[in-house]
Design a protein around this ligand. Structure first.
Ligand SMILES: NC(=O)c1ccc[n+]([C@@H]2O[C@H](COP(=O)([O-])OP(=O)(O)OC[C@H]3O[C@@H](n4cnc5c(N)ncnc54)[C@H](O)[C@@H]3O)[C@@H](O)[C@H]2O)c1
Length: 284
């Protein structure tokens, strides 16, 4: 999803090589990364991943794609030689933080993941930092908020309902809300996320950065939906509490204080109404 939008944003500005398992290029297969790197791109955006729900259900696949894929990519860059030293922008996640999290997470909180997905992202951040320190590349890991409203069919991310309860009612379809309305979380739109990735490529920061976003409760999401699409849309949200999902979501970050990224010029939305507006502008 983000890769497609990033490619659309960069098309015409840069020469692009797109790699995805959907086209038969599996980054966790030996040799694939070397092929990618052989064209010596100035910038490599690494977004390929198995998302949170799937990484939790399939331990082997999660580590193979999310961790081994990164390691193979970094070693392909290292082995290219001749002083090749690309900018690498890695899509990390706020899932590197696990419970107990403070009410607002500052820039200096160390990762302590509580899911396999978050663990894989945190390991990739460490690898990226070490390969940068060793001079093989200039890497930046951008810790993306939950991207909302996610277009297209629901995926296997555990956070999917945050998007489903907006996207489905806007299309006149029912959506299930598995948690209570007072759940608070950290969001940015796909458009903002693409902006983060492009800005990260252009900056010279090396390391991991918490990205800006919007802290909103599910109730605030629903009120924004009501303002945009009325009571009829809100009536399509079916409350079906799911203890397992509620337990997972309970340990998720609720708010960040991303001073460093803001100082560096990274920008996200400032209201959930704006996030819905971006979705309507970009998808409909
Ligand atoms: N969407 C979010 O809310 C969010 C939040 C934080 C971080 N991220 C991260 O941002 C990145 C992009 O997220 P997205 O929402 O676009 O996810 P997505 O699932 O839409 O895209 C991931 C892409 O990776 C590809 N892929 C999977 N395994 C691969 C492999 N072995 N080799 C090559 N390609 C492979 C998939 O085919 C898919 O096109 C991911 O790394 C994700 O972990 C996303």
């Amino acid at each position: 999803m983000l890769g497609r939008k990033l490619a659309a944003r960069l098309a015409g500005e840069a020469e692009l090589t797109l790699v995805d398992v959907a086209d038969g290029a599996d980054i966790s297969e030996p040799g694939v990364a070397a092929e990618v790197v052989s064209a010596r791109p100035d910038v490599i955006f690494h977004l390929a991943a198995v998302v949170s729900g799937e990484a939790e259900d399939d331990l082997e696949k999660g580590y193979r794609v999310n961790l081994d894929g990164m390691r193979l990519l970094l070693d392909a860059i290292r082995n290219a030689g001749d002083g090749y030293r690309p900018r690498v922008v890695f899509a990390s996640s706020i899932a590197v933080f696990g419970p107990p999290v403070p009410e607002a997470i500052g820039d200096d909180l160390a990762p302590a993941p509580r899911t396999s997905y978050g663990t894989q992202k945190a390991m990739c951040e460490l690898l990226l930092a070490d390969y940068s320190r060793r001079g093989f590349l200039n890497g930046i890991a951008v810790r993306l908020p939950t991207i909302c409203v996610r277009p297209g069919p629901p995926n296997r991310a555990a956070s999917g309902f945050f998007s489903n309860i907006i996207r489905e009612p806007l299309a006149g379809r029912e959506a299930v809300l598995p948690v209570s309305e007072d759940v608070r979380h950290w969001f940015a739109s796909p458009r903002a996320a693409v902006g983060f990735l492009v800005h990260a490529a252009e900056s010279d920061v090396v390391g991991s950065l918490n990205m800006p976003g919007l802290s909103a409760t599910v109730a605030e999401q629903i009120e924004a939906l009501r303002r945009v699409a009325g009571d009829e849309a809100v009536a399509l949200i079916r409350h079906e509490p799911d203890e397992a999902i509620a337990r997972i979501v309970d340990g998720w970050p609720r708010r960040f204080d991303p001073r460093r990224a803001l100082e560096l010029g990274f920008r996200a939305e400032s209201s959930f109404d704006e996030i819905i507006r971006v979705y309507l502008e970009d998808e409909q």
